[in-house]
Ligand binder design. Structure first.
Ligand code: ADE
Ligand code: ZN
Length: 351
């Protein structure tokens, strides 16, 4: 038994249902968050006005009413449309800064957010504009809020591998401001194998690798992400429940899954939160973590995702602490940083 598990087992309150104050106090990392998915309707209108853009919605209520998704694609169609208001370096700064402030309020101490450069470069926005705005906010987040971060550049999988290569090439002058590459957008029909060469090139550059797999797609996509793209984490991965062998493999190899409960229910991967398998996967020994994905579109940030598990699955303090510990272990920070954060976590558990 590890020191951490020992503390959990000997903490009287570990089996109590987790409450909001406890969930907020836990030092947490967030490993699956699309910055463009943190664009709140209020900021969307502000940026539209600032940039002289006419949105196809009357007001924020009308936008929220449009967030009535039936699957991943129905969400992506609106999501890419909304990103059109992001034009200037200051827009990307404001977007990222607003997310960092939410993190600060919710006890999130380290983040590894995603951004989709192609969504912007394909509209004529320079890679430098996007990266300057995001990285300036992340630096301020570290300095002013004490939140550390490592940015991840995602390739859009509905586009070609050639386009992904061009994006990686454009990003090479900025290798100092991002730590890894990911793969997102429409999963079905776009298997990991399509991006084998560009992920190999990213590995050569010393970048970390993650990929969305098993959100809507089959087990073969999780397998492809692991064996062909050589990813270090699987984003979502909840469809591993289709295969005993895959669940056993993920547990044995300690491959983290960045699970997004509110996203999964809003995109109808599950009809109701009570059907979500995250705590069963935790029980089976998988390194599952909790994340918000696209909080402005799915009804809540990281804390709301943890809270939903307490409300609908009866998540205990012990389970919540283990999920927060997993989020620290699964991150790309150093062993020393992990040890420090795990010590802080222990202090919250025994308090
Ligand atoms: N881009 C933003 N959110 C996503 C998700 N949940 N799956 C795939 N691509 C995404
Ligand atoms: Zn995602």
């Amino acid at each position: 038994m590890s020191g951490f598990e020992h503390i959990l087992q000997n903490t009287r309150a570990a089996s109590e249902r987790a409450d909001e104050a406890f969930l907020r106090a836990l030092p947490k990392t967030e490993l699956h968050l699309h910055l463009e998915g943190s664009l709140e309707p209020e900021l969307m209108f502000e940026l539209a006005a600032r940039n002289g853009i006419q949105l196809p919605y009357q007001d924020v209520d009308q936008i929220r009413q449009a967030y009535n998704f039936t699957n991943l694609q129905s969400f992506l169609d609106i999501y890419y449309q909304c990103a059109d208001v992001l034009r200037t370096e200051q827009d990307f700064y404001d977007l990222t800064w607003a997310y960092l402030q939410r993190c600060h309020e919710e006890g999130v101490v380290h983040i590894e957010p995603f951004f989709d450069p192609q969504t912007h470069t394909d509209r004529g926005i320079a890679m430098q504009t996007v990266l300057d705005g995001i990285s300036r906010a992340l630096a301020d987040g570290h300095e002013q809020l004490g939140i550390s971060s490592g940015l991840i550049l995602c390739f859009l999988r509905h586009l070609s591998e050639e386009a992904a290569f061009a994006t990686l090439e454009q990003a090479i002058p900025y290798l100092h401001v991002f730590i890894g590459v990911g793969l997102d957008s429409s999963e079905l029909g776009n298997p990991p194998e399509k991006f084998a060469k560009v992920f190999a090139a990213a590995a050569e550059l010393g970048l970390h690798r993650v990929a969305h797999a098993g959100e809507e797609g089959p087990i073969a996509y999780i397998e492809g992400a692991l064996d062909v793209l050589n990813v270090e984490r699987i984003d979502h991965g909840v469809r591993c429940t289709d295969s005993e062998a895959m669940m056993t493999r993920l547990a044995a190899e300690g491959i983290p899954l960045t699970v997004c409960p509110l996203s999964n229910t809003r995109l109808k991967v599950y009809q109701h939160m009570s059907e979500h398998p995250i705590l069963e996967l935790l029980q089976r020994g998988l390194c599952v973590t909790v994340n918000a994905d696209d909080p402005a579109f799915f009804g809540g940030y990281l804390l709301a995702n943890y809270q939903a598990l307490a409300d609908h699955l009866g998540m205990t303090r012990g389970q919540a602490a283990q999920l927060a510990a997993n989020s620290i272990q699964a991150s790309f920070i150093t062993v020393e940083q992990k040890t420090l954060l795990l010590e802080k976590l222990e202090q919250v558990i025994v308090a």
